[in-house]
Each structure stands twice: as C-alpha cells, then as structure tokens.
Design a protein around this ligand. Structure first.
Ligand code: CTP
Ligand code: MG
Length: 235
C-alpha cells in the first residue's frame, strides 16, 4: 500500500468564536486546541501530516506546538488561503507521492485514532468517503422570510464531519477543476462537495462519532473540555 497523508486545517480566523486568539490555538486542558488533532493523527497509521495555518502563524506552530510537543509526522507547515477550500488546495499541492489523503479540521479536537483508521479504510474501499452521523433533531429548510418550508425525511439526513478521506489523485483533480472554474466557488463547505460537483465519483458516508464536534462558538469550548476528558482522562 502507498503512503498516506493528512492535511490538518488551521488557517481559519474563528470569527464565530469572537476571541482575539484564533480558536484553533485557544487552550483546552492546558494545551492549544490544535494539539489534540495533531496527537490523534500522530498516533494513527497515517504517514505524513501537512499542517495548514494562517499568515504569520507558521513559526508559532512549528516552535510552540510541533517542536514543543515532539510531533514527528508533521512534514511541512504552510500558509492557507482566504476560504477553507483555498487552504485545502494549498495542502494538496504540497503533497508528493501519496495514495490516500485525509482532510481534517484542526477545530475538531475530539477526533480519535479509531475514526481516523475507519476513514482511511473507507478511502481505500470507496475512493471517496466522509465521516458523519445520522441527525437526531428534525431539520427544516426555511423560506427567505423565516417560515418553515420543507421538512426533509430525517432518516436520510447526516451531519457531516471530518476527516474526509480520498484517493489522492481523485481529490487533487477535483480541486484543480474547482480552482479553475470560478462559477462553482460559492457555498463550498466541505471536500465531499468538491468531489461531488467536479467528478463522477460517489462519496460514501460512514458513521464517525457524535463527540467529533467542530468547535465553533464559545459554548463548544465547554463541551469540548468534557469530551476530551472522556477520551484522555481527567488530569
Ligand atoms: N480553515 C482554513 N482556512 C480557511 C478557513 C477555515 O484552514 N480559510 C479551517 C479552520 O481553521 C477550521 C476548519 O477549516 O479548522 C473549519 O472551518 P471553520 O470551523 O469555519 O473555522 P473558521 O473559518 O476559523 O471559523 P469562522 O467560520 O467562525 O470564522
Ligand atoms: Mg469558516
């Protein structure tokens, strides 16, 4: 089997968190949030980690996170771009010699090696595979005045998370097409969408973990602390 890589995204500004420090560096259990995603991938079968960070944050990530905690699989730290998909593209561009690639939000610290292993197996079986969970709440689509318009059948709805896992050549081709076709570049919120719109390939949904939340707003910090204690213990 060929080499496997993970792109960990940490180039966002965390505007919905509303803190001075970008959310991926806020402390959880005495460590920057980004530490936990790096730790899970470091402990997984993934060979190489590409860390994508914000302008001016490369040195901080290298010294205060990668070197300070002794991560050995981080091959390169690069600057991302304006939108998440720009950051992913930069990450994909920096990869050489890779069979499967996992793309993960640095703002999902509660990721476990078990879910990483399942996503990797999914990439090998299906070529394109994303982790998610069946929704528990009823979801409604509103009209433009805020009235309930459509209630889709809950049984077919999934919350989509990361890692999103792909055969490298497939996702690379999809991103190259996306970046060269401006008309598609609005409302792209995940990598599966890029593969769905830019290729013929179907994306398989596999169950992940309800605990694998994306830390987005301040109350998510409290929830993440509880979930991390469950994974790593209380001290
Ligand atoms: N991300 C990135 N490059 C961007 C935007 C986002 O690498 N230009 C990363 C974030 O750092 C995060 C992940 O993509 O790990 C998911 O994005 P999101 O939760 O939206 O984070 P932010 O964009 O930072 O937050 P917000 O949308 O509230 O500003
Ligand atoms: Mg964002």
């Amino acid at each position: 089997m060929g080499r496997t890589a993970a792109i960990i995204l940490a180039a966002g500004k965390g505007s919905r968190m509303g803190s001075q420090i970008h959310k991926q560096y806020l402390e959880l259990k005495g460590k920057p949030m980004l530490y936990f995603a790096l730790k899970a991938f470091e402990s997984s079968p993934i060979d190489d980690i590409i860390l994508v960070t914000g302008p001016g944050e490369v040195d901080y990530c290298q010294k205060d996170i990668v070197d300070a905690y002794g991560f050995t699989k981080v091959r390169t730290i690069i600057e991302g771009g304006k939108e998440r998909y720009h950051s992913v593209y930069e990450g994909l561009k920096s990869i050489v010699d890779c069979e499967s690639v996992l793309i993960h939000d640095g703002a999902r610290p509660c990721i476990t090696t078990k879910v990483i292993e399942e996503a990797l197996a999914g990439a090998r079986t299906y070529k394109a595979c994303v982790v998610g969970m069946p929704v528990k709440d009823t979801i409604k689509v509103s009209d433009d005045r805020g009235y309930a318009a459509i209630t889709p059948d809950r049984n077919s709805l999934w919350l989509i998370q990361t890692p999103q896992a792909f055969e490298y050549q497939l996702v690379w081709k999809a991103y190259e097409r996306l970046l060269s076709s401006e008309s598609y570049q609005t409302g792209i919120t995940d990598d599966a969408m890029v593969v769905e719109t830019m290729t013929q390939e179907k994306v398989k949904l596999i169950p992940g973990d309800y605990a694998n939340i994306k830390v987005t707003t301040p109350e998510d910090m409290e929830i993440a602390k509880v979930l991390l204690n469950r994974i790593y213990g209380n001290e």
